[in-house]
Design a protein around this ligand. Structure first.
Ligand code: URA
Length: 435
């Protein structure tokens, strides 16, 4: 087999066989196919597309290009959750203890964030002493004993995707639906869960800006997951404005704790209940998503999810008292209000700009090496559809540097738009794709 022939075949609009795709991925991972040939192949795929079989074959080849985690020592049906990413997305922090409180084993490998705010691991480090550097043995034991463990990515998961994603990034071939779907799903399949719930975001703060594209991506990923023998469901949710009110690491942790105390923002609670009911249902802990939703509400009301979070934090070396006293989480030295410049109704929030404000304050990473300031960020008080009066607070800004505060404040005000007439609020959940 020669890569040249495969490129020509795809360029001419023919489909590639499973064997051909496996050949290409195996040899590319080993460095035996040069980047220039793979670039040409990616561009050919970009223009000619891939059918369902080819997309599944590409996903499987990339998933098997490195370690495939074996979670069989963990009892029960392991359900993983993945979000395509957004601003203020602290879902894992509240959702994982909620489902774990209902007996769904949570065995998660997470990464650190790049951009906007930190990733789940960065946020969890707001708990003094907390560490994700635990051995695989401790990881599995904690899931069996406490029901939840989160580990930093140590295994060599889907190295083919890592290499290919970097190549796509510089050859203008990222935004092809089959390539995105196979990239995300290869990592999920390698991470070893029995079932997968995907949160596909849509809107100005999401990777996919248009709703139809988000549904298209969701359908592709669900087809791949089910095709690979893992029950997969996707929820399409709004990311046209930040999720909840808090954007910034410790601020988001506090909001997740408030949520487990029954005082969460309406949209965030709704997302946790929707994703959670799919997870609990797929794990066989409820006979329908509706029943699962009721059970999830119960573990918030009776505080068992809050206690599950505390147990998990303690098991990984963190100070569990912070779960009960979030006022002691890292705090910024300057706290100021951002006042509304006019009367009206909030008609639009440039969501990614709010993420950039948090980044400017120091809450995110510009490069992989950057240090994160856990204490900074923003807490919004007004979201799309809300009425505001001039001078009323739109948000509270938490900063440690006056200059950064000023830059972020100016940028924040540019991100808000107002209307003189009432504005209808967007629906948070756009749909659920199960097959
Ligand atoms: N995220 C991924 O992991 N892969 C893509 O191709 C796009 C987004």
């Amino acid at each position: 087999m020669r890569m040249y022939d495969l490129i020509m075949k795809k360029r001419n609009g023919q489909s590639l066989s499973e064997e051909e795709i496996r050949f290409m991925i195996t040899h590319y991972t080993k460095g035996e196919i040069p980047d220039y040939q793979m670039s040409a192949m990616m561009m050919a795929i970009y223009f000619q597309g891939m059918n369902e079989e080819e997309t599944l074959a590409l996903t499987m080849a990339m998933a098997h290009s490195g370690d495939m985690l074996d979670l069989s020592e963990i009892h029960g049906i392991k359900v993983d959750k993945h979000s395509t990413g957004g601003v203020g997305d602290k879902t894992s922090l509240a959702l994982t203890p909620m489902v774990a409180a209902l007996g769904v084993p949570v065995a998660k490998m997470s990464g650190r964030g790049l951009g906007h705010t930190g990733g789940t691991i960065d946020k969890l480090e707001s708990f003094t002493g907390f560490s994700t550097e635990i051995s695989e043995e401790t990881f599995k034991r904690n899931v069996n004993e406490i029901g939840i463990a989160i580990m930093g990515q140590t295994a060599d998961l889907a190295p083919a995707d890592k290499k290919l994603y970097a190549l796509r990034d510089v050859t203008a071939t990222v935004d092809n639906m089959s390539l995105i779907a196979s990239s995300i799903m290869s990592k999920k399949l390698a991470a070893g869960a029995d079932a997968i719930v995907l949160d596909v975001k849509t809107g100005s703060g999401a990777f996919m800006k248009k709703e139809e594209d988000s549904f298209g991506l969701a359908k592709e990923m669900v087809k791949i997951g089910n095709g690979a023998g893992r029950k997969t469901t996707a929820v399409i949710s709004d990311m046209d404005q930040p999720l909840g009110f808090a954007v910034g690491n410790a601020l988001e942790v506090k909001e997740a704790i408030d949520t487990l105390n029954g005082n969460g923002p309406e949209d965030f609670v709704e997302l946790c209940l929707t994703l959670g009911s799919q997870m609990v249902y797929l794990a066989g802990k409820a006979s329908s998503p509706e029943e699962a939703r009721e059970k999830l509400q119960e573990v918030i009301d009776n505080k068992s999810a809050l206690h599950k979070l505390a147990d998990f934090i303690e098991a990984q070396g963190g100070d569990k008292e912070l779960v009960f006293h979030p006022e002691h989480l890292p705090k910024a030295s300057i706290v100021e209000e951002i006042e509304a410049p006019q009367n009206g109704y909030v008609s639009h929030i440039a969501c990614d700009e709010i993420g950039i404000c948090s980044l400017i304050l120091g809450g995110g990473r510009e490069t992989k090496e950057s240090e994160i300031d856990l204490s900074v960020g923003l807490v919004l008080h007004k979201k799309v559809g809300d009425q505001v009066r001039q001078g009323e607070s739109l948000a509270t800004i938490h900063a440690n540097d006056k200059e950064k505060l000023q830059t972020a404040k100016e940028r924040f005000l540019m991100a808000y738009q107002f209307s003189d007439v009432p504005v209808t609020k967007e629906k948070l959940i756009k749909g659920i794709v199960t097959n």
